[in-house]
Design a protein around this ligand. Structure first.
Ligand code: GPU
Length: 841
């Protein structure tokens, strides 16, 4: 390894090397030092914000020394690395996670207390890093945690958005979006002003033959935007391994800032140029499961992909290996199709810049990439218009056409004369305008394609990618069922449950080997254990009840059944089915005698989630939920029997409060539409049961925990197509109970019914695409079973213990090990444990 410091001077460096602190006193010393020097404050003006800042900086210092060691080790060992390309990383807060992963939370707690602060208050100062929309972005965050915890040499590459997902406010029952400017103070990132990449856009391509008769393409002209690296350390749990997440920020390239204009007095337009460059990484697109084809989004994608690949290739070139070894050294995983341009960019680098021939380059490319698909919804499958491409990335479009030509030639050889097949699988859709089908490009340019739950992987193999299975054979297509990190989603979110489990399974080992949870089965009928278990659930519900009171003003009874649905608002996820069910329950209660009401299990229906700003139907659903709550919550006939709550601004840190507090959570998508779901796993892992459809990972959860421990309902994926056909071309009569619900809405019981006409109309008049009416009866019946089951608390608790005991499979560690073995072919590379990890149990 090359180094700037000569051999003789290195001893001094070694002698004075930064050492991570471990003791409480050292922690306090660091906090005080940061308050007094880094922040230029003192004990007389150190508020909670400053204490948060100083505590974070103290942990950041620790992480960065380990980060350095990890990176040196990885560079020195020169083994294969993984690069996870994702436009979203929904990280949430970092301080609590850092403290727990390095095993020093108790040290910090005592230290902060001696300095006059409560650790919870300090943790709560942190602004979520919300660079993602929902499940896809949170999955990327769980994967980073697992890759570091398992000692894989792995980097995440993403965009450093100035504005993450918007903050949601509810005003008069409507969603209002407020920008999320989160970078005011972010101690977790390291600007690397020396790591910059200039990225080209627009311009044209000049082709010629060189002296050897070789075809050469030169992409020239256009404009340059500079990418600056910001590094975020990712600490593994109970290991020194600290990986890197590199996020790119855009700014004007120095040559581009037009000093001529500046000097000639055209100050405004030179500033405008700067701002245009910065626009690229300004804002996260707030759509979940939806492609809108905006030029700026394509710019974001290329900017991020080009900077990341330049970085990866530069690192590879330092090793002086032959190009053919590239796929032995590097695995790149594409998180959905958003980074698919990386395939084209690597091919461009190899043929245009490095002079390899097409076939040699293409073998390298396809052996490097893996592609994960996260949806079958047609409106989410990315397509880019050819004219837009032609203008922004002219050379890339040529390469795509060449990739497509060679691909279609191979299809023609395999299926001679099948012109329909060629039209179906072409990367270019022959529409007006022509479109580039990014999923097809991703398949053709990768060596493995995976779905994220068994049903989903089966569906992509038999529907949207069917032809490609015929072309490439079945082995290219595989399944890796999603997982979640038990560190954040059990240990951090539910410390008391984690502690109880640790006390019965011999320490915190279960957090690294989640199958150890199996040992809990023997306590499923243990009276003492069940009592503690139930107390923890109750305490978590009390905490949520307090949060509900403080944010909505509504008092909820913590003994009531907490029924929670928190996720992005989407018609396919069917929050409308849930709220119609709530209205049905309201009607039922209103019709009951006082005696009958006494027998009913009280319920709190809790909703949370953001609607994409342009998604009117989703916003209408939010509006209805809020209006139903306003009526039900103050109806004296109802009292504690039913409360309806909409929690504003659902995000990762709120999920950490909400998830441990459920009795039942809802995962009720139309069968075949939710690729996996991951909150289903989080809720069960925290001792909640679920009501759900046979969709996504619900099916595998059922297989693992047993069908007695889950409330399944509704039509199956295989029947959806026929039902939709009947709605459109046969007779379509609505469920009579649903009709009563609609009648109540139409009577203006929840405000002017005009506001909800589009919602009820989508079901009554427009084909009920999501099968709300078809599943309504089954849903209501199953909710009644939930009521009954909840009355027998003893059995209920046993069910939840057995379920937790059987959730080991859903650790994202299992998931990452599967990717490593089946797709990446990488091995862990542990870092020596010389330094001071906390030994907290
Ligand atoms: N997912 Br595509 C998103 O959160 N956003 C998207 O744009 C797309 C998929 C989700 C799936 O809806 C969810 O079922 C899955 O669990 C998650 O990705 C992670 O795979």
């Amino acid at each position: 390894v090359e180094a700037l410091i000569p051999e003789h001077q290195r001893d001094a460096w070694k002698k004075f090397q930064a050492k991570p602190w471990v003791s409480k006193d050292d922690f306090e010393k660091e906090v005080v030092r940061h308050v007094e020097t880094t922040l230029a404050r003192s004990m007389f003006n150190c508020d909670e914000t400053a204490a948060y800042a100083a505590a974070s900086l103290a942990f950041r210092d620790r992480l960065i020394t380990e980060w350095n060691r990890t990176q040196q080790r990885q560079t020195f060992a020169d083994t294969k690395r993984v690069y996870y390309l994702s436009l979203e990383f929904l990280m949430g807060r970092a301080l609590d996670n850092a403290m727990l992963n390095v095993g020093l939370k108790n040290v910090a707690k005592e230290g902060l207390s001696e300095l006059g602060f409560r650790i919870e208050d300090i943790i709560n100062q942190e602004h979520d890093a919300a660079l993602g929309n929902g499940g896809l972005g949170r999955l990327a965050a769980c994967f980073l945690d697992s890759m570091a915890s398992l000692n894989f040499p792995a980097w995440g590459y993403g965009l450093r958005y100035k504005y993450g997902i918007f903050k949601q406010e509810i005003v008069d029952g409507y969603q209002v979006e407020v920008p999320d400017y989160w970078l005011d103070f972010n101690p977790w990132e390291f600007p690397r002003h020396d790591i910059v990449v200039d990225v080209q856009f627009y311009g044209g391509v000049r082709k010629y033959q060189d002296d050897d008769g070789k075809n050469v393409a030169v992409w020239e002209g256009g404009e340059i935007v500079r990418a600056v690296a910001y590094d975020v350390p990712i600490p593994g749990f109970n290991t020194p391994t600290t990986n890197n997440m590199r996020l790119w920020s855009s700014k004007a390239a120095s040559g581009e800032f037009d000093f001529q204009k500046f000097n000639s007095g055209d100050y405004e337009s030179s500033v405008a140029d700067q701002q245009r460059a910065e626009t690229i990484s300004a804002v996260l697109y707030p759509n979940d499961n939806l492609d809108r084809g905006k030029e700026l989004r394509l710019k974001q994608q290329y900017f991020w992909v080009a900077a990341s690949l330049y970085d990866i290739v530069r690192r590879f070139k330092k090793s002086k290996r032959a190009w053919s070894e590239f796929p032995d050294q590097i695995a790149i995983q594409l998180n959905d199709t958003h980074p698919t341009l990386a395939i084209v960019e690597l091919q461009r680098i190899l043929i245009d810049m490095e002079g390899l021939d097409w076939d040699e380059a293409w073998a390298i490319v396809t052996n490097t990439f893996g592609y994960t698909n996260h949806t079958v919804l047609p409106e989410a499958l990315e397509k880019w218009s050819v004219p837009l491409f032609q203008n922004l990335l002219p050379r890339h479009l040529q390469i795509i056409y060449d990739i497509n030509m060679f691909f279609l030639q191979s299809v023609e050889r395999k299926f001679p004369g099948d012109r329909d097949m060629l039209a179906r699988v072409s990367i270019i859709e022959e529409s007006q305008p022509k479109m580039v089908r990014m999923a097809f490009l991703a398949i053709v340019g990768s060596h493995k394609v995976n779905g994220v739950a068994e049903l989903h992987s089966d569906l992509i193999r038999t529907t949207i990618f069917k032809d490609f299975v015929k072309i490439f054979g079945p082995d290219k297509f595989t399944n890796v069922t999603n997982g979640i990190t038990p560190r954040r989603w059990l240990h951090q979110a539910n410390p008391r449950l984690s502690e109880l489990i640790a006390s019965k399974t011999g320490g915190l080992g279960f957090l690294k080997d989640l199958n150890v949870l199996n040992e809990l089965e023997k306590f499923a009928d243990d009276k003492e254990f069940k009592k503690e278990w139930a107390e923890i659930k109750y305490a978590n519900k009390v905490k949520l009840a307090k949060y509900i009171k403080s944010t909505t003003g509504v008092t909820v009874n913590p003994s009531a059944l907490f029924d929670i649905q928190v996720k992005r608002i989407h018609e396919y996820k069917r929050q409308q089915l849930n709220i119609f069910g709530v209205i049905h329950r309201y009607l039922t209660i209103k019709a009951m005698t006082a005696e009958e009401r006494k027998k009913l299990a009280p319920r709190v229906s809790i909703f949370g989630g953001k609607a994409a700003p342009g998604y009117w139907m989703a916003k209408t659903i939010i509006h209805l939920i809020n209006n139903v709550g306003a009526v039900v919550n103050k109806d004296p006939d109802v009292g504690d029997l039913l409360k309806v709550i909409f929690l504003e601004d659902y995000n990762v840190s709120k999920a950490e409060i909400i998830t441990p507090a459920s009795d039942i959570s809802e995962h009720i998508s139309t069968a075949g539409t939710e690729a996996s779901g991951t909150s289903n796993m989080k809720f069960v892992l925290n001792g909640g049961l679920i009501i759900g459809t046979c969709d996504g990972a619900n099916i595998e959860i059922t297989r693992e925990i047993g069908e007695n421990n889950i409330f399944l309902f509704g039509n199956l994926a295989e029947d959806v197509e026929d039902l939709r056909h009947t709605h459109n071309y046969g007779s379509h009569t609505l469920d009579p109970d649903l009709v009563k619900v609609f009648d109540l809405i139409k009577s203006d019981a929840f405000g002017d019914a005009g506001a909800f006409g589009a919602l009820t109309g989508s079901i009554e008049d427009h084909g009920d695409y999501y099968l709300v009416s078809d599943d309504f009866h089954s849903y209501i019946k199953t909710q009644a079973l939930v009521d009954e089951a909840y009355k027998n608390q003893d059995e209920w608790i046993t069910k939840t213990i057995l379920s937790v005991a059987r959730m080991g499979f859903f650790s994202s560690d299992r998931c990452i090990n599967e990717y490593a073995e089946m797709i990446w072919n990488v091995e862990p590379l542990p870092v020596e444990k010389e330094s001071g990890l906390g030994k907290e149990e």
